[in-house]
Design a binder for this molecule. Sequence first.
Ligand code: UDP
Ligand code: CA
Length: 299
Amino acid sequence: PKETIHVYSVATGALYERFLKIMMMSVSQHTSKNVKFWLLESFLSPTFKASAMALAEEMGFEIEWVNYQWPAWLRGQTELQRRIWGMKILFLDVLFPLEVEKIIFVDADQVIRADLLELWEMDMQDHAYGYVPFCDSNKETLGFQFWRSGYWKQLLGDRPYHISALYVVDLIKFRARGVGDILRATYESLSRDSTSLSNLDQDLPNFISASHVPIFSLPQEWLWCESWCSLETKKDAKTIDLCNNPLHKEPKLDMAKRIISGELFVYSWEELDKQVKGIEKKVGVVARDVTTPSFEMTA
Ligand code: UDP
Ligand code: CA
């Protein structure tokens, strides 16, 4: 049988649900392999679930819902955004069945422009996971890269600080080396201070990359985002994330329509959105067009 690429993602709120559908479409349109999306069920609406199943049927990908109860022995998070960040990283060893040997996490607000097979087959040189280092080609925002000096610079030395919007996890090595336990123990100890781990899912793997669990650096083109990368490098982007810009605040939906358009794209964001709506119409699912997030990320 054809090889299957496993992708994990999370979303909450109608806007990010809309983004997630488009992310899945873009992955599926660019790969020659089977794709199975593992989506965290508890935050998703019934409308989203119905729509996603219709897309899967039409586009020929699979979806499986995942659930996990935050354990009572691990410090909880009251804010929804921090709970989601926790779910992105803390339980990777126990979220999926053992036969899933690798997973690629992709943020909901991403549009993929290349075959994920390339990441799937990448030799990560014995690392348990691989992340993309932050771009430093957009000179306008360099001053906002807090890891270039002070505490993070001391901690990381010459190692790069990596972005958590996409990552590849070798679940066999991750489980065998107890990386889940290391992450949870580090989380438990650092989160005692409520001011640390301000970007929980990103700070945590970067923090332990200096000691216990090194990160394999994926090629830069596997995460382009306008805030940190130069416009000249956009044409090489294999995936585009709509990350917030520290200089100019812009609603994510406007960002999507502006950034995912033009000759670099087979389908613009608006065309992808129309394709989704067309499929929803065919099966009688009506998703609301909400334009504001349920909460704004502050990072
Ligand atoms: N997210 C979500 N609902 C929200 C905000 C964020 O589901 O209202 C999830 C979603 O998976 C998103 C991820 O958290 O892709 C990271 O948030 P975001 O992309 O807004 O962060 P940024 O890329 O701007 O740093
Ligand atoms: Ca994002």
